[in-house]
Design a binder for this molecule. Structure first.
Ligand SMILES: [Zn+2]
Length: 494
């Protein structure tokens, strides 16, 4: 590539990154944004784009406050401690060079997560376009008042307890530092027990998401940026479809994902193809750290993820518009509800609005429900299309089989969406799951049971739900669904 071509490509590449952020106007000036860096090419390129965007002198400089998180997943992938230490050391060197505040966490830390990580907290009011403009103007005025040295200098104000280029201390529960060997062993055992690579990949994605969400919340980040390229998102869209996540495609592949409420995931690399990323990283010496992933050296038919990747990439060679066609389709998908504030029960693992169905319906979901609760006769409420049958009074006190509230597996399964249910069928023992998942499942079940008991008392039915719904069970996705009368079908909520 000649020099003018290189310049042109660079301008095009940078413009795409800036344009996708500018068009969506989601990140406000001064907002704390956590960059999820896996060490791979796309997320490395994203970190470098942010680094470059923050150091620019132009008026179009990025104005948010970044931090970086790196999750060491070596235990789930069966890597040796020496290998893992080598990769982490490489990442640390790069993180120091980048100079943002950073957090290195290991996947073992999911065993220390609190159950509250599985709850949706209310989102800060999202500003309209006018509000965004007001925020930018006031930020510029502030910068002007600080004087030219500060305004033109480092755009990264030092945060309390965080210094640029330094690792950040974690919360007092002690998530930092080397993990006990027992936790590494427990994680290896969990992933070793999962029957299929597809379920392993999904479980890894779920646990990683929860961990990053926890880091974001404990350090006050309101946005998380991931480095999903357009090629990766096209593959993810087709994979999600195959995994039964059709209802959540807009959340899984869109620019922003508001399912967690207070922390929004954004995907600023979604207009860049993997090929562009590879060219850019090579031309401008963007470093990346390659570590073997879970599916490294796995045969192509080992998992739905690998199969879909191979299928799409091969099709792309013959028909170069394949990826862009699939990707453009993802742009047209609309979230339901549009503002992202779904009410009603959420899936325990992926935290999407539960795609609920009655256990005796003639759908795939209904068949699954029957599968794990076949000892239970259909209850009158199930026939009426009740939202969920979690530990309801009928199940516990009148069912012929064992009480579902005492069976941890059934308790978790009935709080999952269709796709998560299918994946968790390949996890033989739920006792190996991190405690926060089981604890939250039990908590939700108990709350629902209590609520139904309360609702069953004479004179305490509809008035209980109408009185002060948010006050009784704040900040939990599941009880939000209880703000209506339990007899009302969940279908109308979507
Ligand atoms: Zn789910």
């Amino acid at each position: 590539m000649s020099a003018p071509d290189t310049d042109c490509f660079r301008a095009f590449y940078v413009h795409k990154f800036r344009a996708v952020l500018g068009k969506n106007r989601l990140i406000f000036p001064g907002e704390k944004v956590l960059l999820a860096w896996s060490g791979g090419p796309s997320s490395s390129s994203m970190v470098w784009q942010v680094l470059e965007g923050l150091s620019r002198d132009s008026a179009k400089r990025l104005r948010f406050v970044p931090g970086v998180v790196y999750v060491d997943e070596g235990a789930a992938c069966g890597r040796s401690p020496a290998d893992r230490a080598h990769t982490v050391a490489e990442m640390r060197l790069l993180l120091q060079a980048v100079g943002f505040p950073w957090h290195v966490v290991t996947l073992e830390e999911v065993f220390s997560l609190p159950p509250s990580v599985l709850r949706c907290f209310p989102q800060e009011p999202v500003g309209a376009v006018g509000t965004y403009k007001v925020a930018v103007d006031s930020y510029l005025q502030q910068q002007h008042a600080l004087g030219p040295e500060r305004a033109g200098g480092s755009p990264i104000p030092a945060q309390e307890g965080e210094r640029a280029g330094q690792p950040c201390s974690h919360d007092p529960r002690g998530l930092a530092g080397p993990q006990p060997a027992a936790q590494t062993e427990a994680l290896s055992q969990l992933f070793g027990s999962v029957k299929t690579l597809t379920a392993k990949e999904e479980l890894l994605h779920t646990l990683r998401t929860h961990l990053i969400l926890h880091v974001a919340r404990t350090h006050g980040y309101s946005k998380v940026m991931t480095g999903d390229s357009c090629t990766r998102l096209a593959i993810k869209l087709m994979t999600s479809l195959a995994l039964g996540r059709g209802a959540f495609l807009a959340w899984d592949t869109g620019f922003s994902d508001e399912r967690h409420g207070d922390v929004v995931v954004v995907r600023p690399m979604r207009d860049h193809t993997l090929k562009e990323v590879a060219f850019y990283n090579r031309l401008f010496a963007v470093p990346s750290v390659l570590a073997p992933a879970m599916d490294t050296r796995a045969p192509e038919k080992a998992s739905i993820h690998r199969l879909m990747e191979g299928f799409l990439l091969r099709l792309q060679v013959q028909f170069p518009s394949t990826v862009s066609t699939v990707y453009r389709t993802s742009e047209k998908l609309v979230k339901a509800p549009r503002d992202g504030r779904a009410t009603g029960p959420r899936c325990l693992l992926c935290l999407c609005a539960l795609d609920i169905d009655a256990s005796d319906s003639a759908t795939a979901f209904g068949a699954q429900t029957l599968d794990f609760s076949q000892t239970q006769p259909p209850t009158p409420r199930a026939e009426a299309g009740s939202p969920t049958e979690v530990g309801s009074a009928q199940d516990c006190c009148q069912g012929a089989g064992p009480c579902r509230r005492d069976d941890p597996r059934a308790r978790v399964m009935e709080q999952l969406c269709y796709s998560c249910r299918a994946n968790m069928k390949d996890v033989p023992s739920f006792d190996l799951l991190p405690p926060y998942i089981l604890a939250e499942a039990q908590l939700r079940s108990q709350r629902y049971w209590l609520a139904t008991q309360w609702g069953a008392l004479p004179g305490c039915g509809a008035s209980f739900w109408a009185a002060a719904p948010g006050d009784k069970f704040p900040a939990c996705g599941f009880p939000q669904g209880l703000t209506r009368h339990p007899g009302v079908s969940g279908r109308g909520q979507r």
